[in-house]
Design a protein around this ligand. Structure first.
Ligand code: AKB
Length: 315
């Protein structure tokens, strides 16, 4: 049985990943760590600042980890507001985690992002291997991270694996500081207020994926036969690409009175404009069988149902 340690376990992906991994591998085999304590604690947890390399190493050793999933990172919009802090945290945390994996011979996962692409990248059906000259600090961190993970595999034989996630949509933990967060906020506001003001402009297409597909992708990649992996650390994965009017139209199929207007945020809009409109996930499909179950309408049905239940419960 695997023994998995996760950093950033209270974040948007981390909090759901911990639950999914505990269902799959057993509660006691998954150690959650984060700089802040979770609101509800139902399994092994340690407080950890990923900048503290020694503590990270000690915690992994004491737990007897064989796998490290490094999820702690600042997202694109927050990183743009404080680029130096983002560089220090995103790169410092990653190199500390890779060192733990190297010293203790752990299998390693960390997510990259569509943010690793930039304005000169082909915008449509963006290939797996292509130009990557991002114009954001987050993108610089992600490209450097992809290369660093490749380096740790080639130079030290660490079993590093990763995907380029698109915007992730979930009803469990709200995201914080991302450019794609509008596609989560819109569902909350549709339920609670019946209207939404989008900070992303009309016609701005970005790739997205529903969280259950993202979690399954992580497990499938980590379980994949290493002999089949050519692109270890930066597989393009996506389930859908849409712009604000399309997600609003999908919501209106269930809430016909839903209204949307725009108040575009120039910082997040510039980031969105620098990213691809849609990426090509065929390498992930060929090398480890990546498949997303949810398209936009299937996701909308589930999001609205789960959020309605959540709002009723908290009332
Ligand atoms: C963000 O918007 O920063 C993230 C991402 C696409 O990496 N959701």
């Amino acid at each position: 049985m695997k023994k998995i340690m996760i950093t950033g376990a209270c974040g948007q992906i981390g909090s759901e990943l911990v639950m999914k991994l505990r269902e799959t591998y057993g509660t006691e085999n998954v150690l959650a760590t984060d700089i802040r304590k979770p609101a509800v604690q139902k399994g092994p947890f340690e407080t950890l600042d990923v900048m503290d390399a020694k503590r990270m190493n000690d915690i992994a050793k004491d737990f007897g980890a064989d796998t490290l999933m490094h999820m702690a990172a600042l997202l694109s919009a927050t990183a743009e507001n404080n680029p130096l802090f983002a560089w220090n945290l995103n790169m410092g945390g990653l190199v500390n985690a890779l060192e733990v994996a190297r010293e203790q011979n752990l299998q390693f996962f960390t997510p990259s992002s569509i943010g690793a692409f930039g304005p000169s990248t082909p915008k449509n059906n963006t290939p797996q291997d292509t130009l990557q000259r991002p114009s954001t600090m987050y993108g610089v961190n992600k490209v450097a991270g992809e290369l660093l993970c490749d380096y740790y595999f080639q130079r030290f034989g660490v079993d590093t694996r990763g995907v380029r996630f698109p915007g992730l949509i979930s009803y469990v933990t709200p995201p914080g500081g991302g450019t794609t967060d509008y596609a989560v906020d819109i569902y909350y506001k549709a339920i609670t207020e019946g209207k939404y003001t989008s900070y992303i402009a009309k016609d701005s297409y970005m790739d997205m994926m529903y969280m259950p597909d993202a979690l399954q992708a992580i497990i499938d990649l980590m379980e994949a036969d290493p002999a089949k992996l050519i692109h270890r650390n930066a597989f393009n994965v996506t389930a859908m690409s849409f712009e604000p009017e399309e997600i609003a139209a999908s919501i209106r199929k269930h809430l016909p009175n839903f209204e949307m207007d725009y108040d575009v945020d120039p910082v997040r809009q510039a980031i969105a404009d620098s990213w691809p409109d849609s990426i090509d996930a065929s390498a992930a499909k060929e090398e480890w069988g990546f498949k997303a179950k949810y398209d936009l309408d299937a996701m909308t049905v589930d999001m609205l149902k789960k959020l309605q239940e959540k709002v009723i419960k908290s009332a």
